[in-house]
Ligand binder design. Structure first.
Ligand code: GLN
Length: 314
């Protein structure tokens, strides 16, 4: 283990520069206008082990928003708030094979609940299950959860990105109204309020260090590796990690499971949170995305690391 860590330290910069070449095959997301300013050639990675050691390589100073990575954590918070049985009456457990913001299956497949919590429709349903008296309180509880997991109480919503998404989220708005039509959101739910919670957690500003710190908690089955305190029940971490394998990289999750074989969750900001169970938490940023919405260089880097170090779980 110790040998692997020093080898990683030595080899990471070179592996990263190899993967950086993949950025030319990707494009920065523009459908949320504020995301378009991200550096297209950027690539950075942080790896944290359970002993508190951290390695950074590349452009780790880039800050970015959590976007879909937040869905893994809102899922666990909703599970902590409501229990497994209730959550899975509103959202399913299966991959879709469709784009992350697709509406298709909501109409095609009865009873019209989102297929899983990591696609947009599913995450919006999950946002509606976060407890709190007001959207502000709900969004505040989500933010606090991230403060606890990152150990950084200065973590906050990037207002520009939040407003940019709120202004342009026609598709997510349609999805949410469809969910109301299908009674996934109750009759008395204010759709705009649910969306507000969703946009806010997607817009939390972060960096690779935060992602690695949160991922190593998942790698440690929900316990803080430094203190041993169980921050998230093991069962909910198990559920989250399983979704990361089956749906975490959207409709490229099967491919990623074959090539890298580790739980991961990407976001359209180009961030990827990944983990090697029992060992490492990993945070990656590479804003240039492929057609599935995953960081081209980030995916390449995680796959080459997994191959080099034999990290696949399978
Ligand atoms: N906020 C983004 C959206 O709803 C999250 C999607 C993503 O990261 N894939 O479109």
């Amino acid at each position: 283990m110790h040998n692997e860590w020093s080898q990683l330290k030595n080899e990471l910069p070179e592996l990263l520069e190899q993967s950086r070449k993949e950025t030319i095959h990707g494009q920065v997301a523009e459908y949320i206008p504020e995301l378009a300013h991200a550096p297209a050639q950027g690539l950075g990675i942080t790896i944290a082990d359970r002993q508190g050691n951290v390695i950074h390589a590349g452009d780790c100073s880039i800050s970015f928003t959590l976007q879909s990575i937040s869905k893994v954590f809102t899922l666990m918070l909703a599970l902590m708030d409501n229990g497994e049985e209730t959550v899975f009456t509103k959202v399913g457990k299966e991959p879709t094979g469709d784009d992350f913001n697709s509406m298709l299956k909501l109409e095609l497949v009865e009873p019209g609940i989102p297929f899983n919590p990591l696609i947009n429709a599913g995450a919006i349903a999950v946002s509606s299950m976060i407890k709190g008296k007001s959207p502000q309180e709900k969004a505040g509880r989500v933010l606090e959860f991230f403060h606890t997991l990152t150990g950084d109480a200065s973590l906050t919503v990037n207002e520009k990105v939040y407003l940019s998404e709120k202004r342009t989220a026609h598709r997510n708005r349609s999805l949410a109204y469809f969910l109301k039509e299908n009674q996934v959101l109750d009759e008395d739910t204010d759709v705009e309020e649910v969306l507000d919670v969703y946009f806010r957690h997607c817009s939390i500003e972060t960096n690779c260090g935060h992602l690695a710190a949160m991922a190593v908690i998942l790698a440690n089955q929900g316990a803080d590796p430094a203190t041993g305190v169980q921050l998230i029940p093991k069962r909910y971490v198990q559920i989250a990690k399983t979704f990361m394998i089956s749906c975490g990289m959207y409709n490229a999750s099967g491919e990623f499971a074959i090539q890298a074989g580790i739980p991961a969750k990407s976001g359209v900001s180009g961030g990827i949170l990944a983990l090697v169970p029992g060992r490492y938490g990993i945070g990656v940023i590479g804003p240039a995305l492929n057609s599935k919405g995953n960081s081209t260089a980030g995916v390449h880097l995680l796959e080459s690391l997994s191959r080099s170090y034999g990290w696949s779980m399978f």
